[in-house]
Design a protein around this ligand. Structure first.
Ligand code: NDP
Length: 322
């Protein structure tokens, strides 16, 4: 068992955590990043990335994360392979314990543990991920331009994704298991006014249909949730938009969460309910959820942490001088 100490402890190694690390290292805080169970985060399970600024050609998600990791290490970040199982945020330095018993102490803590998209759980869905099935229209919608696509869900995300896809697709079908949406009224009004979207009420996906070979998704088998009747539609893109799970289980009872279990932050900052603890990326953002916005809030977290330490140091000196 070893104790690792740092001015800036970062949990999570997606674009948010690594951007916080790059800024934190360059500010002299010698950060430690504990990578967690999915080093590199959600982008490591993505293939083509076309919307991260700075690359004129399509790049691969795992490659982008390797580059970010190398950049973070290059400027002085220590990356640790560990999974935190226990946190104590009652006093500083904050104390976190890894599953092998190692202790991590940070004068500040940046939570960048991300979120996972919820899936329907069908084998055919799993088999066609990246081959027509996606959980992010903003990321992948462009690849289906000119094609008929479907969105599954009835919340804000589903309605926003359906509207977003009308930019690329002439024919968007929104499939919902009930006969009313839970999305905000204004979004619903926008959706109903849009001629490019057809809503199929009371339908659930029974199967994602594989065209075989390299074709990918070709359609959906749907079950009517009221009558049980089966039907089939042809689509080349299927976007599952039934919500996300923010990875906040570890922090329940330690840091304030919002009603959807995301870490609550002061508007316009990354400050959480615990002074010295900051949150960035998808673990605190349920609206934008992009690699570039995660990186942006990661930068904010490092700046907030640096300012926090500078203020704490100033208070300490002031008390010592009294
Ligand atoms: P929500 O939990 O709000 O909605 C999930 C939707 O998926 C529901 O309509 C639900 O159906 C449906 N669903 C869930 N599980 C299944 C399943 N197994 N099969 C079929 N359908 C299913 O998730 P969102 O991602 O839409 O939103 C999460 C939070 O983020 C909300 O608070 C939302 O307001 C917020 N948000 C805000 C945005 C903004 O401000 N612009 C943008 C996006 C999200 P049912 O209705 O029947 O339960």
């Amino acid at each position: 068992m070893t104790t690792h100490t740092t001015k800036m402890l970062i949990l999570g190694s997606g674009p948010a955590g690594l951007s916080a690390a790059i800024y934190g290292a360059r500010a002299g805080m010698a950060p430690i990043v504990v990578q967690g169970i999915q080093p590199g985060g959600q982008l490591t399970t993505t293939t083509d990335v076309e919307n991260y600024p700075g690359f004129r050609d399509v790049i691969q998600g795992p490659w982008l994360m390797e580059e970010m990791q190398a950049q973070a290490e290059h400027v002085g970040t220590r990356l640790m392979w560990d999974t935190i199982v226990e946190v104590d945020l009652t006093s500083r330095p904050f104390r976190l314990i890894g599953d092998g018993g190692d202790v991590y102490e940070g004068d500040t803590l940046v939570i960048a543990t991300g979120a996972q998209a919820k899936w329907l759980g069908l084998d055919s869905e799993d088999a066609l991920k990246g081959k027509g099935v996606s959980a992010c229209a903003t990321c992948d919608g462009f690849f289906y331009r000119g094609k008929k696509v479907a969105v599954i869900g009835g919340g804000n995300t589903a309605v926003e994704e359906a509207l977003y896809l009308t930019n690329h697709s002439p024919d968007v079908v929104l499939i919902h298991r009930r006969d009313s949406f839970r999305a905000e009224k204004i979004l619903q009004e926008r959706l109903f006014a849009h001629k490019g979207v057809t809503v199929l009420w009371n339908k659930e996906v029974a199967e994602f249909l594989d065209g075989g070979g390299t074709t990918g998704l070709v359609g959906l088998d749907l079950r009517d949730t009221v009558t049980g009747e089966m039907s089939r539609i042809d689509v080349e893109g299927g976007f599952v938009a039934i919500g996300h799970h923010p990875a906040t289980e570890l922090f329940r009872g330690h840091v304030a969460l919002d009603d959807d279990h995301y870490i609550a932050v002061e508007p316009g900052s990354t400050r959480t309910s615990v002074p010295g603890v900051f949150a960035c990326g998808d673990v605190m953002d349920k609206v934008y959820r992009q690699a570039v916005t995660a990186a942006g809030t990661g930068c904010m977290a490092a700046l907030d942490a640096e300012r926090f330490l500078a203020a704490a140091e100033f208070d300490h000196l002031a008390v010592a001088a009294e």
